[in-house]
Design a protein around this ligand. Structure first.
Ligand SMILES: [Zn+2]
Length: 405
């Protein structure tokens, strides 16, 4: 089963509706095809047209007749998943490495954008990691080119099948060529990879949100499963919005939650100073992290010197994870309430909430990622409030210098 999702540029939508394709609209399409599309869960009230050797559905989903038949048949047996909506079809396996090839014909700007798109995913430490492959042979996803003077920026071959990512992705060299250097290159590549691993448009329920026009894309035979903890309505600035505004859209807060929830990582973190007694100093304010009140109150980064309350022993918590044992009270540091409440050193044993990943940052700082919620420990409010493990990314408040004592 392959579904081609077209990624439309909002700038060129007018073309879509004024071009000759529109005149080959729903009126000329066989009723049998319409019925099968409806069975597959597509909205056929608008945006259905004959396109090349198949049909364009909901304006940007390209299907051949064979695919429509398969979708209609599969409708009763398959279940769904997406970004903030996933399809029922996801990539299987844990800690799986997805090899991605990009055609050497793309220029250095696009090759760099491609690497950046892969890095964007890898920085999330998901259950999937992405690696550039030198050849199309052996790659899980290949990115090829096509040329068409149309509103289509690129498309992916739908959603995963058989637990494997969809391939290939095609980018339109009408837009992505040696002289274009479009601002949305990284986002468009990441977007098509997003489809290939099972994410739907964030605004699938109302593509007018990003496209300015259009309606609900429907279940499309693959489902639209809201990802826990993300908005069910259109998500501003998401990388999976249906249409591009030709701007770069790095993963948003909710994008990251959708990714990590759908593909939870078991990334063990970087090698940590196991067995050493350390102090942590918040990069944002230069203050040491303290097990306040001898551990009775949450950790806070507001001390200018290191005493017993500012010392922690790095404990091996297994599988590459660590725990931090406060010297103040010999208790383990806990992402209280599964990360919903401030971090506090008051536990006598290491459970889920007491495990962290030690993440080394390029600037020499480290970050602590709570295992329970995959969120980073933050010196909240620039260090003025207690530490809390609830950030999906590493920013200035999530970096700490460490030293051994
Ligand atoms: Zn798309």
């Amino acid at each position: 089963m392959k579904i081609l999702f077209r990624y439309l540029s909002i700038m060129f939508l007018a073309l879509l509706f004024s071009c000759s394709k529109q005149s080959e609209g729903p009126g000329k399409i066989n009723e049998d095809i319409i019925a099968k599309l409806k069975t597959a869960g597509f909205d056929t009230s608008e945006g259905v047209m004959k396109y090349k050797d198949g049909y364009l559905v909901e304006y940007d989903i390209f299907l051949t007749e064979k695919q429509i038949n398969e979708l209609a048949e599969a409708k009763t047996t398959k279940k769904p998943v997406t970004e903030h909506y996933s399809t029922n079809n996801l990539v299987s396996g844990t800690n799986r490495v997805i090899k991605v090839f990009m055609d050497a014909g793309f220029d250095s700007y696009l090759q760099t954008s491609f690497d950046a798109a892969l890095a964007r995913y890898n920085n999330e430490h998901l259950g999937l990691s992405f690696q550039r492959n030198a050849t199309s042979a052996g790659a899980d996803i290949s990115i090829f080119s096509f040329y068409e003077n149309s509103n289509v920026l690129g498309y992916s071959a739908g959603f995963p099948t058989g637990g494997n990512p969809a391939s290939p992705i095609r980018l339109n060299t009408y837009y992505y060529n040696a002289s274009s250097h479009r601002a949305d290159a990284i986002t468009v590549i990441a977007h098509e990879i997003g489809h290939a691993i099972g994410f739907r448009h964030t605004d699938y329920m109302n593509r007018a949100f990003s496209c300015g026009i259009g309606g609900n894309e429907g279940l499309a035979g693959v489902g639209a499963n809201p990802v826990l903890g993300t908005p069910t309505g259109p998500s501003p600035d998401s990388w999976m919005l249906a249409c591009s505004s030709n701007t770069d859209r790095p993963f948003t807060f909710y994008d990251k939650i959708a990714l990590i929830t759908t593909y939870p990582g078991t990334y063990p973190g970087d090698p940590a100073p196991i067995g050493k007694t350390i102090s942590l100093r918040a990069a944002i304010n230069g203050k040491y992290v303290c097990a306040e009140n001898g551990g009775a109150s949450p950790l806070i980064a507001n001390r200018t010197a290191v005493g017993p309350w500012e010392k922690f022993v790095v404990i091996n918590a297994g599988n590459g994870l660590i725990a931090l044992q406060a010297v103040a009270n010999n208790s383990y540091t806990c992402a209280e309430n599964a990360g919903a409440s401030p971090v506090i050193a008051n536990r006598s044993a290491i459970g889920l909430w007491e495990k962290f990943r030690w993440i080394k940052n390029a600037d020499g700082t480290v970050s602590l990622q709570a295992f329970v919620n995959n969120s980073y420990v933050c010196a909240e409010n620039g260090g003025n409030d207690p530490l809390i493990a609830n950030r999906p990314w590493i920013g200035d408040w999530e970096r700490f210098y460490w030293q051994e004592h």
